[in-house]
Design a protein around this ligand. Structure first.
Ligand code: SDX
Length: 424
């Protein structure tokens, strides 16, 4: 790099990873040059070194610890993917059975936590409840708050994985005025989650295996995704030494945004607003209009400039679930037509705006009988393992420091205070 104002040249090392773009190591840039880099939205910035998830946006590749997402979605299950993300390798049968047992026996909440739900209005958005209750876990589980103790970190990690479905299901039950359904140790993760969501004390409830398989696949597809907004939020919160429950609550808050995890709920609301195929051209026109804040929810991605590989798996699963449940959903037909029209439109083609993971997930959730305002909650349940794995990796990184970005300041230079009787 040459500073044209002084003619001075500077060299910065290039670091190569195992796959993907190399990085320019600018850690000494400010000390050596008095310059900051400038990258709002971090489009060209690597914030950390990680071994967990790799994405190639041009090729539409997503790997969890090196394994392609479509192979994991088609051959693995969510507990096994959680083990892989946390420990870096696929488990043996014994390791998997022990992991599932240990997580299962953490699914219950401290009974006093149930009082927290009663402080919310019944019509609270369940993501608001998730933020509040997950953050409050640090008030109960004092024996897993020391982030420098590997045992504490492991217990906190298992507690978060195990309790998120319970909290999510209780947030839903509270909103519809039904009693909480406790977790059951004889059910597997996705079955247990669906049982807590849909069972009630008045009758037996057997989980439909089609729904359990669909839920398990959706959890796998949403489990981790490199340094997205909510994961970066968890890492930044964790870099100050905050406890894991507080960090995950921060991640939930970030995921809630409609540009991120809130998009699946926004897709359904958008499809219902479009209403019918004849109205698609008007909404496509609005999506292109810079003066109109409307965007085609479920389209576009910061990284994927090709098809989101998760969307492909989700699309297949969508047709399978609706077929097996015998659901004829006009919104799916509308979504397919919208996808077809958008992918032929120059504006979307030029900007490489393809359907992302959120485009189809909302339709599957709807077919499963899950209310729209719970879609992002399920995304949060799935992404908890990614957040926890990335948080552990950050805490264990010997080079880890508190995250503290700088800025380009364009405000007022120094000026003297003006007494109020001197102001115009
Ligand atoms: C997730 O990061 C992750 O990994 C996230 C995620 C994960 O697993 O963690 O994959 C989950 O968040 C998926 C994305 C869900 N969000 C949505 O579906 C909301 C709709 N999408 C957009 O808001 C947008 O595409 C983003 C936020 C996803 C990406 O935004 P970028 O990368 O900042 O892109 P941009 O805003 O710079 O857009 C580039 C151009 C702009 O037009 P020009 O200024 O070049 O003329 O594309 C346009 C944008 O206006 N554009 C869209 C659009 N998305 C981008 N135009 C219409 N509809 C859209 N959806």
């Amino acid at each position: 790099m040459t500073d044209n104002s002084t003619g001075k040249s500077y060299e910065f090392p290039i670091i190569e990873g195992s796959v993907g773009p190399k990085v320019i190591d600018v850690r000494k840039l400010y000390a050596d040059t008095d310059y900051f880099t400038y990258d709002p939205g971090f489009t060209s910035t690597g914030s950390c070194e990680s071994k967990i998830t790799f994405i190639d946006g041009d090729e539409g590749i997503l790997l969890y610890r090196g394994y392609p997402i479509d192979e994991l979605a088609n051959h693995s299950d969510f507990p096994e993917v959680c083990y892989l993300l946390l420990y870096g390798e696929l488990p043996t049968k014994e390791q998997k059975d022990k992991f599932e047992h240990d997580v299962t026996y953490h699914t219950m909440l401290h009974d006093q936590i149930n009082n927290f739900f009663r402080g919310f209005r019944r019509d609270s958005h369940p993501m608001a409840i998730m933020c509040g209750v997950v953050g409050a876990l640090s008030a109960f589980y004092h024996d897993s708050l020391d982030i420098n103790d590997p045992w504490h970190r492991m217990v906190a990690s298992y507690r978060l994985l195990a309790k998120m479905p319970t909290i999510a299901a209780q947030a839903y039950k509270y909103s519809i005025g039904q009693p909480f359904v406790y977790p059951r140790n004889d059910l597997r993760y996705s079955e247990n989650f669906l049982h807590m969501l849909f069972a009630n004390p008045a009758e037996d409830y057997v989980v439909n295996p089609v729904l359990a398989n669909a839920m398990d696949k959706i959890l796998i597809l949403h489990a981790d995704h490199e340094q997205n907004a909510s994961t970066s939020t968890v890492r930044l919160a964790g870099s100050s030494g905050a406890n894991p429950f507080a960090c995950i609550a921060a991640g939930i808050a970030s995921l809630w945004g409609p540009a991120h995890g809130g998009a699946n709920e926004a897709v359904l609301n958008m499809l219902e607003e479009i209403g019918g195929v004849d109205n698609i051209p008007e909404f496509i026109k609005r999506a292109k209009d810079k003066d109109d804040p409307f965007r085609l929810m479920g389209f576009g991605h910061r990284v994927y400039k090709n098809f989101d590989p998760r969307a492909r798996v989700m699309q297949e699963s969508c047709h399978q679930v609706l077929g097996e449940l015998g659901v004829e959903d006009p919104l799916l037909e509308l979504a397919m037509e919208l996808e077809k029209i958008a992918l032929e439109d120059e504006y979307f083609v030029e900007r490489k705006l393809y359907p992302n993971v959120d485009f189809y997930s909302g339709i599957i959730f709807r077919a499963m009988g899950i209310p729209t305002n719970l879609f992002t909650v399920i995304f949060a349940v799935a992404r908890t393992v990614g957040w926890v794995a990335q948080w552990n990796e950050m805490v264990e990184d010997p080079d880890q420091r508190i995250g503290r970005p700088r800025q380009l300041y364009t405000g007022q230079d120094r000026r003297d205070y003006l007494m109020i009787d001197k102001r115009g």
